[in-house]
Design a protein around this ligand. Structure first.
Ligand SMILES: C=C(O[C@@H]1C=C(C(=O)O)C=C[C@H]1O)C(=O)O
Length: 287
């Protein structure tokens, strides 16, 4: 039977605070989950195969006329993230002219790296896009970019490599927060499924609130399934923000302007927030 709403879920631990207490049973007959890495969710959302869920904030900007964003949800950080790393054979100061391998799972972070290396370091770089396997990527490249759990796992055995956190680099150069994912909703499904979207949105927000207030059960679950220590995961989740307020908006809109300036985006985008009470906020920043 065709479910009413098809909802994406990023295959990484970074979104778990928003899914851990999501009331699956309550929606069982009405929603279907599609679990994939961000680049695949971006594509599925653009093709209309998914109706709502987290996608790369970069992809949101590319399709802003077709999407709105569910209010108060994101994957953001104001500085270090802990799961977006450039692994480099040389210090970043020596990477001008280098060849860098980019994971094929990302849209936001690969473009963030380009902004940092071209706008802030003024480098010329050759890029190749590959499957997220650090050893293979570094066979023929000076550095490699990984995101999500691939980055978390690779960092545990990074050895002599120089490791740079992309959220930290962005914050060091700009002073801004960075938003990597937002919960997109295709405009064309809103009228037909308004009440269901509102219920699903509320359940995501409740899950976020509960895991924030008491991260213990989520941390135990993640330790069991993904390894690592409780302290590491507590630190990781404490550093991530899943909100979308003024701080996140300002940082993301600056990123969009930088991306447009470098020709990575056709135009800087604005984020239109959706929530059930009908209040839509069109976010624009004075330029
Ligand atoms: C914090 C992260 O944010 C992610 C990075 C994304 C991207 O680069 O396109 C997309 C969604 C998020 O999963 C991460 O993956 O570690």
């Amino acid at each position: 039977m065709q479910k009413s709403l098809r909802i994406g879920q990023i295959l990484y631990t970074n979104v778990l605070p928003v899914y851990y207490y999501f009331e699956q049973a309550k929606f069982e007959d009405r929603i279907a989950f599609i679990r994939q890495v961000p680049a695949q969710l971006n594509l599925a959302m653009a093709k209309g195969e998914i109706d709502m869920g987290p996608i790369s904030s970069f992809s949101y900007a590319e399709h802003a006329s077709q999407y709105v964003a569910l209010a108060d949800l994101s994957v953001s950080a104001n500085g270090r993230v802990g799961s977006l790393f450039l692994f480099s054979k040389k210090p970043i100061e020596q990477l001008n002219g280098a060849k860098i391998a980019l994971t094929n799972t990302s849209a936001t972070t690969v473009n963030l790296l380009k902004i940092i290396l071209h706008k802030f370091y003024d480098y010329e770089i050759t890029y190749v896009t590959q499957e997220p396997n650090l050893a293979h990527m570094l066979q023929d490249a000076d550095a490699a970019l990984l995101i999500g759990d691939d980055a978390i796992t690779a960092e545990r055995t990074a050895g002599e490599l120089h490791v740079y956190d992309l959220g930290e680099l962005w914050h060091r150069f700009t002073g801004y927060s960075m938003t990597f994912a937002i919960w997109a909703l295709r405009r064309e499904v809103i009228d037909e499924h308004f009440a269901l979207i509102a219920e699903v949105h509320a359940s995501f927000l409740t899950s976020k609130k509960k895991t924030k207030a008491n991260p213990g059960p989520l941390v135990d679950y993640v330790c069991t399934h993904f390894g690592g220590t409780k302290e590491e995961w507590l630190r990781y989740f404490a550093g991530l923000q899943h909100d979308f307020g003024e701080v996140q908006r300002v940082g993301l809109e600056y990123y969009y302007r930088c991306a447009a300036e470098l020709g990575l985006l056709a135009a800087p985008a604005t984020v239109e927030l959706w929530q059930a009470d009908g209040h839509k906020t069109n976010i624009t920043l004075a330029r």
